[in-house]
Design a protein around this ligand. Structure first.
Ligand code: SF4
Length: 321
């Protein structure tokens, strides 16, 4: 907040400075702008139809908690059914706290919460699967295992409750990071299929994922949560150390500091080139490969994630190539 300046809308102070648009807003007008942008994003990508059943992937963190609040608010204008799904991966010292927060958020908003767990579904907690309870020596492995299981479980739970869409709390920072990481890893087909509202390829058994916060910078999501007293958990997962993403996050934050609006521009560029990426692939007759199991991007046949899952099911812990 910049205490010495006045809001562009009402002239009141203190103000929040949005450097990317050179705008100063008081908390009230910041909140209005934030909510309007959320509603505009939902409309822009046709994310929700009237009377849709929306399942929100709730983690207890700021993004999903803010998303749930905004969707509940939107219900007054756009009728929909909302429920929440939380995945308990079995991470000691972390997940039990976030479950408490998620329960409190749902109680406050009157939203039904469905909790699914790795232990029940896959026969083991993440800590056990990794063989190092609560440790984080090699978080690359942790997030690889966790990511695929979470995705699978969220989809299964969403299917089970008959959801039309699964709303996830990905914000602008997540989107800009994902775009850059796909470029750095030379994964154009994965980049082409990075979805904002449902998958590029319709797939039976796969609930469409929607990302209504994709145009909201992470800092603003956190500020909105603070201004509105939204229950969130600030604890970080002990495994959260995916090396490349952390590097890209730091780099993007530093670029944003020097050149405000960088994250918006990266995401905007992605939206501009996405049709071209898909078009070139189709013109060349090259079907963008998709995993026969989960429908996600793949280099052919089952994706790495599903092979990982198969490996665990058969008692092996290494990704088979
Ligand atoms: Fe799972 Fe990694 Fe996220 Fe932790 S940081 S919850 S291990 S994906």
């Amino acid at each position: 907040m910049d205490d010495g300046k006045a809001c562009a809308k009402c002239g009141r102070a203190p103000c929040i400075e949005l450097r990317y648009s050179r705008t100063l807003l008081c908390p009230k007008h910041f909140s209005e702008m934030f909510e309007q942008r959320f509603r505009r994003t939902v409309r822009e990508f046709s994310m929700i139809r009237p009377h849709d059943r929306i399942a929100v992937a709730l983690s207890g963190g700021k993004d999903s908690a803010v998303l749930l609040h905004l969707l509940v608010g939107l219900k007054k204008r756009l009728p929909m059914e909302i429920s929440a799904i939380l995945v308990d991966e079995g991470i000691a010292g972390y997940r039990p706290h976030t479950i408490k927060t998620a329960k409190a958020v749902c109680r406050e908003l009157g939203v039904k919460l469905h909790i699914v767990s790795f232990e029940k579904e896959f026969g083991g907690k993440l800590d056990t699967i990794l063989g190092r309870r609560g440790g984080a020596n090699s978080s690359w492995g942790a997030c690889t295992y966790c990511g695929v299981f979470r995705r699978t479980l969220l989809n299964r739970a969403a299917l089970k409750i008959g959801a039309d869409a699964l709303a996830v709390g990905h914000n602008l920072d997540d989107a800009a990071q994902t775009v850059l990481m796909n470029i750095m890893r030379n994964e154009p087909s994965r980049l082409a299929r990075f979805g904002i509202s449902g998958g590029v390829v319709e797939s039976e058994g796969l609930v469409a994922r929607i990302k209504p916060l994709v145009r909201s910078p992470e800092k603003e999501v956190a500020l909105y949560a603070e201004l509105h007293g939204i229950w969130i958990h600030y604890m970080q997962c002990p495994y959260a150390n995916e090396a490349l993403r952390q590097e890209v996050r730091r780099m993007l934050n530093s670029l944003e500091e020097k050149y405000p609006g960088t994250k918006f521009r990266i995401f905007g560029s992605f939206l501009s080139i996405k049709p071209a990426l898909l078009g070139i692939a189709k013109k060349n007759g090259a079907k963008i490969p998709s995993c026969p199991s989960c429908g996600d991007a793949s280099s052919g046949g089952k994706c790495s994630a599903c092979r990982l899952l198969d490996g665990i099911k058969s008692g092996k812990k290494k990704l088979e190539k």
